[in-house]
Design a protein around this ligand. Sequence first.
Ligand code: SAM
Ligand code: SF4
Length: 334
Amino acid sequence: MKQNTQSHQPMLIDPYGRHIEYLRLSVTDKCNLRCFYCMPSGFKDFEDKESWLTFDEIEKVIKAFTELGVARVRLTGGEPLVRKNISELATRLTTLPGLDDLSLSTNAVLLAKQSIALHQAGISRINVSLDTLKPETFSKITGGLLQPVLDGLMTAKAAGFSPIKINMVAMKGINDDEFEEMVEFCLEHDFTLRFIETMPMGSTGDEAGKHYMNLQSVKQQLAKHYPLIPGVMPGGGPARYVQIRNTGLRIGFITPISQHFCETCNRVRLSVDGTLYLCLGQDDKVALRPLLRDGISHNELKTVIIHAIGQKPEKHEFNHKSHQVVRLMSMTGG
Ligand code: SAM
Ligand code: SF4
């Protein structure tokens, strides 16, 4: 994390008094895996390249956000590392005054090749999706191979990323026999572990819903084997943390379904086509790309962003029975 170079005035306050200081930036909606809960196999309905924000456009938008008090940005997707020259973009963003923290969410398939360049570009923290340590289960969930992901993780550890957080989507009948194994893996490598509840997104929602697990039961399962004590994680976002006594291992639980975290939501999302989404679970949005391509000035862009934050909904309405978000997670930037 960069040294805090300027004091951040909370300039983006939404109608519910929440200070927006974090942006998730989707640099592509494409992916080299097909996790069944995220992207349907055979899915090809990706954004045309002409619709992608260019690095210049991204830098312009992020500059405006940082001047409005957004100090933290996460590169995500789709799979961010499939977009070419992502470390070049990272370098451009980390040099923006006011951006204290640039992080990355990745499936780690391409991380072994890119770790050093990404770390040198100023990314210090990464989140890696890893739902299983069994090659067959990995292939069943993602359609891909586990080994490149493990290689990517070890290269990232050697490159000095810290913390490295493992995101494990907990799924009944898929990986619910592997929670302790993943705890041991994270203990061994000094990773942080976060469990995630499946969310009903787009056309993958029904399939994801079939395997839904309330994370309270995961916590109870772990508590039988480990002495869990309340834990904290600086910048921990929506995860609620516990720690295993006498170890440094923190375990987070991200529970959008069983326990809302909307009241403390501090984030918005920018998709690859330049749409600013104000809530992961609602359709409220503002299209920035047409404005950028019409030559909007820097100050006008800031005004548009301030107005957009005024439209942020109070909460999402995920509910496995009655409501589904029509977008896929990879479109909005998960
Ligand atoms: N490709 C990168 C990765 O997998 O980390 C970044 C993008 S991915 C959309 C971000 C996160 O969203 C991953 O941790 C993934 O597990 C999670 N995710 C995707 N679809 C989900 C769903 N339906 N329910 C819960 N989590 C989901
Ligand atoms: Fe790709 Fe990440 Fe979605 Fe899996 S969760 S399909 S790795 S974008």
